[in-house]
Design a binder for this molecule. Structure first.
Ligand code: MG
Length: 216
């Protein structure tokens, strides 16, 4: 876990979902591969070829943007798939129940954090997929706000989803912390907005938050 900046006191946490509230390599890979497989079919090329084209695009993009990473939604836009289409594909393809189950340690952690802070979810997955995922983990009732790809129509690291979540929770950026597993996607923009930021290496780090932030 890397803590970049913390407000004092903290009034709200904005959590990323995938690879933050759960760690599952197989599901992570499925979420990347399944839309690429569909894009390959649509363009009449092999899955391998499509993967290579996307990897090349990502490399070029990173080189042109000082080594930063972009979101899968933005990559698909570059290949002619609108955000609306990306949302539909994910809603059709992603089935978190096939990979995830209830997580009592996460429930306990979020319950403790939620006792003194508002909890929001900001994800590049559609809200429909987010609700199903949180329900699988058994933490759906603990979030006051869910902002997904379809809430603002743009994906993180755009500022809009973060600002929307703060607006819905009625908290200021300076009193909030973003928690996520990808610096460029989950933390860079929130830190610019004056929020705190915590980089986690999966859900095991989330379990440690109560202790690390002395919030018990
Ligand atoms: Mg993530």
């Amino acid at each position: 876990m890397t803590i970049y900046k913390l407000p004092e006191p903290i009034t709200a946490f904005l959590f990323d979902m995938d690879s933050t509230l759960y760690t599952n390599r197989e599901y992570f890979q499925f979420q990347i591969d399944s839309p690429i497989r569909r894009l390959a079919r649509l363009r009449g090329v092999s899955f391998d070829r499509m993967q290579q084209e996307i990897a090349a695009y990502r490399r070029d993009w990173a080189a042109a943007h000082g080594g930063q990473q972009t979101s899968l939604g933005n990559v698909f836009m570059a290949f002619g798939i609108s955000i609306e289409e990306s949302i539909r594909w994910r809603e059709e393809l992603y089935e978190p129940a096939a990979y995830l189950k209830a997580d009592p340690r996460l429930q306990e952690t979020l319950t403790t954090l939620g006792a003194s802070c508002a909890l929001g979810l900001v994800t590049n997955n559609p809200v429909f997929v987010a609700r199903k995922t949180l329900a699988c983990l058994g933490v759906d009732a603990l979030f006051q706000v869910i902002v997904g790809l379809d809430t603002c129509g743009v994906s993180k690291p755009h500022a809009a989803p973060f600002l929307k979540a703060l607006e819905l929770l009625d908290v200021s950026p300076a009193a909030s912390v973003s928690v996520g597993d990808r610096y460029d996607i989950d933390l860079a923009r929130p830190l610019e907005l004056g929020m705190g930021g915590i980089l986690v290496d999966g859900v095991a780090d989330v379990y440690m938050l109560v202790e690390a932030l002395n919030l018990r």
